[in-house]
Design a protein. Sequence first.
Lengths: 261, 395
Amino acid sequence: MNIVVCIKQVPETTSVKISKDTNTLMREGVKSIINPFDMYAIEEGLRIKERFGGRISAVSMGPPQAEEALREAVSYGVDDAFLLSDRAFAGADTLATSRTLAKGIKKIGSFDLIICGKQAIDGDTAQVGPGIAEKLDIPFVAFVRKIREIGNHSIKVERMMDDGYDVMEITLPSLITVVKEINEPRMPSLRGKMKAKSIDIPTWGLADLEIGEDKVGLKGSATQVIKVFTPKRGGRREMLEGSVETQVGLLINRLNDLKVV
Amino acid sequence: MVKVDIELCTGCGVCEEACPFGAIKIQDDVASIDERCNLCGACVDVCSFEAISTQGLRKTGGEGNDHKGIWVFAEQRNGKIASVVLELLGEGRKLADKLGVDLSAVFFGDSVEMQTNELISYGADKVYVADAPILRDFNDEIYSKVLVDLINEYKPEIVLSGATAVGRSFIPEVSARLETGLTADCTALDIDTERRILLQTRPAFGGNIMATIICPDERPQMATVRHKVMKKAIYDTNRKGEVIKKNINGYGVNLRTKVLEVVEEIGETVNIAEADVIVSGGRGLQEPKNFKLIEELAKILGGAVGASRGAVDAGWIPYSHQVGQTGKTVCPKLYIACGISGAVQHLVGMQSSDVIVAINIDKDAPIFDVATFGIAGDVFEVVPALIKRFNEIRG
């Protein structure tokens, strides 16, 4: 069973603070991490490999420093890693990103299953996983919370829905995106850490991927960000004082005034 | 690329602060932009000296095209139309009127005549219907095929869907196959009537910033839209509409995707994505059995039960209730956080709620920073007192 896990390097939002003066993000000293949902993707890949054998590869599209995230993936037990990086890839929307990752995955070689995190915590789009599946013309299931069965030609999974779950069966090769409920990621192993230090991670650019410049990055993007702004906040913070009775009374009055109860 | 004109740049640093991606540094009194640049243009807008520009890369000018009309994907689950669809029909009507085009609904299901009429009563001028047993349950593969073929045949200029599990699962596949743009999880839509462009606004970085996104050249322009942010369409049974049936013979052949079972889990507790009121509990509740208090308050208010990651990870309540970065993003009219300290990962999942009430023993807890009303007190005193008062009021 050959598995490809797609990962993204994202800023660790815990350390993102909003400046009280300007109400904008303060990004200084923000650490980069592997997107948390991708950690579940890596773990699920490792678990499948442990049961069925095969190889597990990690791939990421991003700036050169995204190599750190790939090295971290290796420390958990991923066998090899590939970085898709080129100035031409910058400014990609989810469509251009899906195309680029699909080409990168094809170049890695034959695979049975692609696993992605449900979404990245910086963009929250959840669009790249399904986009890759489409570009590779393989079936997919999004929001997988459990793999029930892995057969020779298909897998059965549970898909988390808004009101419950669906049990789905898709043929292999295919793609799934996973939610947090699926597993608990492991810590890196000592051997993994050693390997992460020394492993050679190939970087593939535009010329390596058999893809036109007009299909990647900003040029290949269908969407365009025209404005970025900070949202207006209610900002009516009021601490209700007094005895518990008084506080509760005040709260109910306020909520009644605002007609929310 | 984004270019800085070093003659005009004064090194004032406004762009450095405005950059949502941390890609700008002031070096030697001039702004320099590194590879983290996402070309969003935030710096261009804030620069008072017109020293930054993004010209040169972007395709310009939409080609004249024959795409017309606004479509709403009318999602159903067990035959029931999702509430967000009615909101999209309300919003879609406004957009359609601005553009002077028809509003259509697209409905897939099994024996769907009743729902078709309902969609017309909610304002659809046309309903594109695919009616077959194989469409009863949500199968990405067949839903995508049918929707892509309908779009190619009838060429709408805008396609909207709810940002539900269904919409966020298969709509990205549809847009990728059509090679067009898709904006996820929008909270506001508008039209640039001159260029017939949909202005799509959505939160990013967990709601810390908002971005307005357009799809200038490709058609249709596609967006998924959050629950509860648009106003529901007015129901009027006198409305007339046209029904266009899509023949789906042959679509079920050689499918690679099968739906084996559909399980409704949440049952009587309201689904947090759709709830108007959410009462959430965190580790401050100390023990799983204390979640009963949260459930009781939620029940009185007709709301849903949410939870912080801490409470979920401790096994007190299932993951489907988790609000926050690795759980669900919610925006109810009223969010009551009980015993939740307010880690950033939780705040990003609920800070867009209309009214936020925080109850926590620690008066310095970060949850109070986003709260409309705060009570620094013991959850085990405050929540029972609230329950009692609400019970008295409601008799």
